[in-house]
Design a protein around this ligand. Structure first.
Ligand code: ZN
Length: 245
């Protein structure tokens, strides 16, 4: 959300000017990155259950554990509130919001729609070399038994399709979506899953046939599958607030 032309809040303006005076003008970008890293760390603490729904976020402890001042922690909480993961109550503190199954399901629906849009356009734009690389990645995914390699191959496979068909605007949305769930959560989907592999095969065929509608449908189906894995994992870990079974 930062840097996209939103009017800065008075609070952010104040903290930015504090950063400038303290860092002599050079630390602003670094400080923004720092706040982004703190966002990722706190998000991971929420999704692994260290910070529980309804719990007050212990800002001092987090700042101490991460070896940062309170400022990037406060800034991180502003970003996380915009994401809907925490809510701040004036004079009381910032609290963890319960995560519902529909939050995760919707995350993946939106993700699937965004990837589907890119795949639909990629079907008419894809070049031979990109097509060849997709097939190669698909083969490598079928052969390897290394989970971490599978995930990076899978990442490149989808990134290639996104970059082929996505506008800059769409790629920015996709980047944001990729960050909204911690890596440890979305990497639960097994790369070697036969159904995921069939999706990849069919996606390649749809792109080769320039069948944009099919590529769109397959992309959404592929993300719905990942949603099932992630929801099952979060249920197992007791992270979902509405998990009654
Ligand atoms: Zn995939």
């Amino acid at each position: 959300m930062e840097g996209l032309g939103d009017a800065p809040s008075p609070r952010r303006e104040r903290s930015a000017s504090t950063g400038r005076s303290r860092d002599g003008g050079s630390g602003r970008v670094a400080r923004r990155n720092l706040s982004g890293e703190v966002v990722d760390r706190i998000r991971a603490l929420i999704f692994d259950g260290t910070l529980k729904a309804g719990q007050r976020v212990p800002q001092d402890t987090i700042a101490r554990d991460l070896g940062v001042s309170r400022l990037p922690v406060r800034e991180a909480l502003i970003s996380l509130e915009a994401e809907g993961l925490v809510v701040s109550e004036p004079h009381r503190g910032t609290y963890v919001v319960p995560i519902l199954q529909e939050d995760i399901a919707d995350h993946y629906r939106v993700y699937g729609m965004a990837q589907g849009l890119a795949a639909r356009r990629a079907a008419t734009r894809i070049t031979e070399p990109t097509m060849a690389r997709l097939k190669q990645l698909h083969e490598l995914m079928r052969k390897t038994e290394d989970e971490s390699e599978l995930h990076s191959l899978n990442w490149e496979f989808h990134a290639l399709i996104n970059q082929t068909g996505g506008s800059r605007r769409l790629l920015s949305v996709l980047r944001q979506l990729a960050r909204n769930l911690p890596r440890e959560v979305y990497e639960v989907a097994p790369g070697a899953d036969p159904e995921a592999s069939r999706d990849h095969q069919e996606l390649i065929e749809a792109l080769e046939a320039a069948d944009g509608a099919r590529a769109d449908t397959l992309s959404r189906q592929h993300m719905a599958r990942e949603a099932d894995y992630v929801i099952a994992k979060l249920k197992r870990d007791g992270i979902l607030a509405d998990d009654l079974d």
